[in-house]
Design a protein around this ligand. Structure first.
Ligand SMILES: *Cc1c(COP(=O)(O)O)cnc(C)c1O
Length: 436
């Protein structure tokens, strides 16, 4: 019982610590509830998403959000860090074990910030980066004009071959020789095939450049042994934790080089960030723990098998898939043979409760707002429990919606309605978050 003079009624005080969101802020609560039902009743095909476990959600929504610390475990600027030190040490140990590397920084707030930390560690403004072109599947943070990376560094690009949609390593080597970058980046957001890290290493060595691999999309597959391991080849590896790794929003930087590790630690704090998001950091530790379990390998194997099934069904329906298929969770559909653009198709699919994104395809002549492609992924559906049969069905639904649009791009209501009920049927068989 408190005798503090400034607390004259215990009611408001207790309400502050006990009222749930639905009482305290019904507007925001209602929007979150609507988002939950959207997630329940739509099939999510966006490649940069996944569904976290209830345990990860618990950690993310925990009181760790209250704590401020700066620095690293054992060397914090603020007191009271005993338990968050323990959490961060566990997260680091799990990241190192999972990716078989010597050093891990688990503090980056996002994948972009993990990349920035590497740039701050290894480059001076004005130095040169060689990265994958955006329309070949690269990422904004690898040197897009509008991004800090493109404004502070001089950017050269490599891309994919027109013939087979796969990385043109000869061209990458020529670009490296001509532009002499300090840093080469392998990895992207819309490239569906395995990268040949030894080829990137050779190119980097031929000009004395460093090699960074951004495995944001395929980190989970690397952890599960379903994708080549970049760590033996790269000087430094970055990733997000919320795509195929199936955890919370955030980033990691991994390396086996002690000099780079020390520079990255300094770059993350105090170079770029203040306090890490400790609730996210705890949730990262939980998801890394999940990824160390055998069930996660089973999940990743199914992700790849499901993506392959979806891509085969799409090809059988007369659609073109860039590079003819996929080795990962994601694929790029080329819509030009149907005379359609990505924006029109993505909107029609969304009305049919299939969420995905329009995406540029290699050598796209359409703008980023229109595009000639769609990017699809099996990662979220596989988390729900979808197997080959469900992804085959999803491929048939997508094919039917696209054929409806090809017949009449202005009027696809009937097909969308049929698709919506087929989608709901699948969703109801695979419920998510039953106690929310
Ligand atoms: C998603 C992604 C990122 C960035 O992630 P944010 O967390 O959104 O900053 C970085 N690199 C690649 C290749 C990505 O796909």
């Amino acid at each position: 019982m408190s005798n503090h003079p400034h607390i004259n009624s215990k009611e408001p005080h207790i309400g502050y610590f006990s009222s749930r969101l639905r009482e305290a802020d019904p507007k925001i609560d209602a929007a979150i509830c609507s988002e939950l039902s959207r997630q329940r009743n739509q099939i999510e095909l966006i490649a940069s998403e996944n569904l976290v476990s209830r345990a990860v959600l618990d950690a993310q929504g925990s009181i760790l959000t209250n704590k401020t610390v700066e620095g690293y475990p054992g060397h914090r600027y603020y007191g009271g860090a005993e338990y968050v030190d323990e959490i961060e040490r566990i997260a680091i140990a799990r990241a190192k074990l999972l990716f078989k590397c010597k050093f891990a920084n688990v503090q980056p707030h996002s994948g972009s910030q993990a990349n920035q930390a590497v740039y701050l560690s290894l480059l001076q403004p004005g130095q040169r980066i060689l990265g994958m072109a955006l329309d070949a599947g690269g990422h904004l943070s690898h040197g897009a004009k509008a991004n800090l990376s493109g404004r502070w560094f001089d950017i050269a690009h490599y891309g994919v071959s027109r013939e087979n949609g796969r990385i043109d390593y000869d061209f990458a080597a020529e670009q490296a020789f001509e532009h002499r970058p300090e840093l080469i980046i392998a990895g992207g957001s819309a490239y569906s095939r395995k990268l040949d890290f030894s080829k990137f290493r050779k190119i980097a060595d031929s000009i004395g450049a460093r090699l960074m691999v951004d495995m944001a999309h395929f980190a989970g597959l690397v952890a599960a042994g379903e994708y080549p391991d970049p760590l033996p080849y790269a000087d430094v590896v970055t990733t997000t934790t919320y795509k195929s790794l199936r955890g919370v929003r955030g980033g990691l930087v991994l390396t086996n080089d002690s000099d780079i590790a020390a520079k990255v630690d300094n770059a993350v704090f105090p170079g770029l960030q203040g306090t890490p998001l400790l609730h996210s950091l705890a949730a990262k530790a939980v998801c890394l723990g999940e990824a160390l379990k055998p069930e996660f390998s089973t999940y990743c194997r199914q992700v790849v098998a499901n993506a392959r099934a979806l891509s085969e069904t799409l090809v059988n329906q007369g659609l073109d898939v860039v590079s003819g298929g996929t080795d990962t969770a994601l694929m790029l559909v080329d819509l030009r043979s149907k005379g359609l653009t990505g924006n029109i198709v993505a909107e029609s699919l969304e009305r049919a409760c299939l969420t995905c994104n329009k995406n540029k395809i290699p050598f796209d002549t359409e703008s980023a707002r229109i595009t000639s492609g769609l990017r699809l992924s099996s990662a979220v559906g596989t988390t729900r429990g979808f197997g080959i049969a469900e992804f085959d069905k999803i491929g048939q639904i997508i094919g039917a919606v696209i054929d409806g649009l090809a017949r009449d791009p202005d009027q696809n209501n009937e097909m969308e309605e049929w698709a919506r009920s087929a989608v709901l049927d699948i969703c109801e068989r695979f419920p998510i978050y039953p106690d929310l």
